[in-house]
Design a protein around this ligand. Structure first.
Ligand SMILES: *[C@@H]1O[C@H](CO)[C@@H](O)[C@H](O)[C@H]1NC(C)=O
Ligand SMILES: *[C@@H]1O[C@H](CO)[C@@H](O)[C@H](O)[C@H]1NC(C)=O
Length: 381
């Protein structure tokens, strides 16, 4: 409303001037025909049209402001879990987390060729995949014991399939909803590699609505691999000579409308969003990229329409650990946000609820799950 009011204050004097001039026949003195009712009617019509346009511009503008995350003050996530590396939200709006139980990732966990060194410890014996109550934060159910060695990424696709990555196994797993055995396994068990049949510490997965599987591979290969729904390789990104160089792709978020995948390109301290050819053939033009000095090492990304919510991790004392709202279209940071009760220490992943009312952030040491309500600009008290 303020915008249209200011337009009116600009426009009305002009209209009055036109009316006064024509009434005084000053305009006619310059040889133009006498201005009749039709002229005023046209002016009024133009004015009405312009006001309608302004109203529309204002409402589009307001609609497009992404909600601001605010820590939910009553939420209490579960305590005494292992390192929480992954988070997603299921189709019923319940947060699901992936944690490492009694395993922790230490300097000695992998050797120089990325082979897991703690096989003798066996798999994690606790339930590693936990579903939480979205209101209270209590654990509702758990599964995934004796399967995983070093959990990392978690994604739930639009059909409710659960996708997990394990950096010790160097594999990606698909579990159908409520299934306890994987229906698809990509990568070779405990075998790091860089060819098309291997991963090396894959960080996470995102699955497109049409079924393409996008794997962030990972700590050592720093590449993105796109598979069809059956697990057949479609693309490896970047291709040699391509104008995109990743350094530890650590998080993924699909933006279907823009036909891009946004990558938390951790060690490059940026979010970069290449087209990976989901809707049409892949373009190799430079991707939309958000890179600002305060972004630091970006660990996790989640999409909200055409926006991205992101969390960074410890980078340098000059760069606060916090949340960011990013607009890939303008390649800008549009907002910063943080918890209220205390500070982030090492956020590792982030996920937005399907009904877009909340987001969750998980942290490693302290092992913590945060809930943030997404507060729309117009719903603010
Ligand atoms: C969104 O989902 C959450 C979790 O299921 C639920 O508690 C909440 O009522 C939903 N809100 C709306 C507006 O649908
Ligand atoms: C790492 O360990 C694996 C077995 O776990 C071994 O085959 C490999 O040679 C080791 N690599 C290095 C660089 O020591």
């Amino acid at each position: 409303m303020t915008l249209s009011t200011s337009y009116l204050t600009l426009f009305l004097p002009l209209l009055v001037l036109v009316v006064v001039l024509s009434e005084a026949r000053i305009i006619n003195n310059y040889g133009r025909p006498r201005l009749g009712e039709t002229f005023y009617e046209e002016i009024r019509e133009l004015l009405r049209q312009r006001l309608d346009e302004i109203e529309n511009e204002v409402s589009v503008f307001e609609e497009e402001q992404p909600p601001r995350p605010e820590e939910n003050p009553t939420w209490h996530g579960p305590e005494s879990l292992g390192q929480i590396s992954g988070v997603a939200v299921d189709r019923n709006g319940r947060p699901v987390i992936f944690h490492r139980g009694h395993h922790t990732w230490e300097y000695s966990t992998f050797n120089a060729s990325y082979h897991y060194q703690e096989l003798t410890r066996g798999p994690i014996l606790q339930n590693t995949v936990l579903t939480l109550d979205p209101v209270t934060g209590e654990v509702i159910e758990g599964w995934g014991k004796s399967l995983f060695y070093m959990p990392h990424g978690l994604h739930i696709d639009v059909y409710g399939n659960v996708w997990l990555t394990d950096v010790a196994l160097h594999q990606v797993f698909k579990f159908r909803r409520n299934a306890r055995n994987p229906s698809l396994v990509l990568g070779q068990r405990f075998q790091p590699g860089s060819d098309s049949a291997h991963f090396c510490q894959p960080t996470t997965v995102a699955v497109a609505p049409a079924g393409e599987i996008i794997v962030a591979d990972g700590y050592c290969n720093s590449r993105i691999m796109v598979f069809n729904a059956a697990g057949g390789l479609l693309e490896v990104i970047p291709q040699p000579g391509e104008f995109l160089s990743l350094q530890v792709p650590h998080g993924l978020a699909l933006l279907p409308e823009l036909d891009v995948v946004c990558i938390a390109d951790r060690e490059n301290m940026r979010v970069t969003c290449p087209n990976v050819g989901l809707k049409r053939s892949r373009t190799r033009s430079p991707p939309l990229t958000i890179q600002q000095p305060d972004l630091g090492r970006v660990f996790g990304v989640a999409s909200y329409g055409n926006y991205i919510y992101a969390v960074n991790g410890p980078t340098s004392p000059m760069i606060p650990v916090r949340g960011f709202t990013l607009d890939p279209r303008t390649e800008r940071v549009v907002d910063h946000w943080s918890p209220l009760s205390s500070k982030f220490t090492q956020p590792h992943a982030i996920a937005v609820c399907p009904n877009e009312t909340a987001l969750y952030v998980v942290e490693i040491e302290p092992n913590k799950v945060w809930k943030f309500d997404l507060i729309r600009p117009d719903s603010k008290k």
